[in-house]
Design a protein around this ligand. Structure first.
Ligand SMILES: *Cc1c(COP(=O)(O)O)cnc(C)c1O
Length: 479
């Protein structure tokens, strides 16, 4: 056996060219890079067949430690081990398996990613982020005030990840009275003193505009130590890579056996983690992007044209977490498609998207893109109802509307001998009305959440006015 020299430390660079050569801990708390791009590792660490084989016997937390360890070289290994061991527990994620695989018939497997505290896959990454943020802030002797806007899933996942964490407070804006009763109950019944729900008299766009206005006041932002936890955060994406590796390990018993994944997609964060796993050498054949009626991504993978939608063209659907007009993580994938040319990426996302509302790849770029194993499909409200009913008839299993978009599209992309893993992104109970409409069955409330609707609530109603919200934040934050 030969021993290879230790690899050079992994550095992170921006998709738009700023090569700051930062380490993991330096970008952990960041959103966009200073030049407006997204952070990417300077290379994908490769895992060979022997390494993958040695990972078969690991627990989920041990696997997370191994995968994250390839990208995180500035947190001592024993600290990283402690962080993942506290994160991926049966207590938090329901089972020792963490992301259990279940057969759905016809070569389809369902990988459950929604058994965390808020019953949606965002917990998989956000729970880790809570512990990483607390660790890093403690190490630096700093504090952070997370400001966000939510129409549902992201806000509750962030609050359940950050509740009770030392050095962290959360200020979450939501449109007053407009979230589902279940989502309101989930967020507003949290009694932790570091969680602040601000119910804005307005719609979701008002909330988002206020976050932009507050973050745009750079002096205020610095003085109040404002940060975010949005889906472009690199650590969130990295946490998601782990369950793709896990899905492959659990669906195969041969080193070279391929699997495919179908992923209900919105901002392209989830499936982008699958792309990273594939680039690392995990034998993934196809990554199938499933969209709902908001089919920006399906159009791109069919035609090579990325055309962002305006508000008027963005449909409100029964899989609302996929109702997007542009996909915030998509730039990461296109960066690889254009062979990591930062000038070309800057032109496409820094110029063409803003000035022309989108772009079309050259034929050569489009052909390159095809080599990354992507395909796509689209699903509608009628498809969701039919798919939820068919899965229930066939297996007795209730699936939610987003997962139904995935199952519907996956059925068009199965290949003989290649297991197709569909990612379950939320539990049926979160979208109980549609599930009941499709099956006649009301999904049961998981035991830990029983009675949540009658607990006392905390939400401060505020006008849609950035100045008022700034003064609320300033009233809570000790300088
Ligand atoms: C966020 C979310 C999605 C979309 O995930 P992306 O990473 O934005 O592509 C799909 N389904 C559910 C239930 C979600 O909460």
């Amino acid at each position: 056996m030969t021993t290879s020299p230790p690899p050079a430390p992994l550095r992170y660079l921006s998709t738009r060219g700023e090569d700051a050569g930062r380490r993991f801990s330096e970008i952990l708390l960041e959103g966009l890079a200073p030049d407006g791009g997204l952070y990417m590792p300077d290379r994908y660490p490769r895992v060979d067949a022997g390494t993958l084989r040695s990972w078969r016997s690991l627990s989920y937390a041990e696997l997370a430690e191994a995968v994250l360890g390839l990208y995180v070289d500035d947190i001592p290994p024993r600290d990283l081990r402690d962080i993942v061991a506290r994160t991926y527990t049966a207590e938090i994620f329901g089972t020792e398996e963490i992301t259990p695989l279940e057969p759905l018939g016809d070569g389809l497997l369902l990988q459950g990613l929604s058994n965390g505290p808020t019953l949606a896959f965002k917990d998989m990454a956000m729970q880790l982020l809570g512990n990483l943020f607390e660790y890093e802030l403690g190490r630096r002797g700093e504090t952070l005030n997370i400001l966000g806007a939510t129409s549902g899933d992201t806000g509750s996942a962030a609050e359940y990840a950050m509740r009770g964490k030392a050095g962290i407070s959360v200020f979450m804006l939501s449109p007053n009275g407009r979230m589902s009763p279940f989502q309101q109950a989930q967020m507003f019944t949290l009694q932790d003193p570091n969680i602040h729900n601000l119910c804005v008299e307005g719609v979701f766009d008002d909330c988002q505009d206020i976050v932009k206005a507050v973050s745009g006041d750079l002096e205020f932002k610095r003085r109040m130590r404002i940060g975010t936890v949005n889906s472009i955060n690199w650590a969130r994406l990295l946490a998601q890579v782990v369950y793709y590796v896990r899905g492959w390990l659990r669906a195969t018993d041969r080193d070279d056996q391929e699997v495919s994944f179908t992923v209900p997609s919105g901002n392209f964060g989830n499936i982008c983690a699958g792309h990273v796993a594939r680039m690392m050498g995990v034998p993934i054949r196809r990554l199938v992007t499933a969209t709902n009626e908001n089919d920006v991504l399906d159009e791109f993978f069919r035609t090579g044209t990325y055309r962002v939608r305006g508000a008027a063209e963005t449909h409100e659907t029964s899989s609302p977490s996929m109702d997007i007009s542009k996909a915030s993580n998509f730039e990461r994938f296109v960066f690889d498609v254009v062979d990591r040319d930062p000038g070309r990426t800057r032109h496409l996302f820094g110029h063409a998207v803003t000035a022309d509302g989108g772009f079309t790849l050259t034929p050569a770029e489009f052909a390159r893109g095809a080599a990354f194993g992507f395909s796509s499909g689209r699903s509608t409200h009628a498809d969701r109802l039919a798919t939820i009913a068919a899965v229930h008839r066939g297996t007795g299993r209730l699936i939610d509307t987003h997962t139904a978009d995935g199952v519907r599209v996956a059925r068009d992309h199965t290949e003989p001998g290649v297991p197709m893993i569909v990612l379950e992104t939320a539990q049926a109970v979160k979208f109980a009305d549609v599930v009941r409409e499709a099956t006649g069955v009301t999904p049961p409330m998981p035991a830990p959440l029983a009675g949540i609707e009658s607990l006392p609530r905390r939400c401060e109603v505020v006008p849609a006015d950035a100045e008022v919200i700034k003064s609320r934040i300033a009233g809570y934050v000790r300088p």
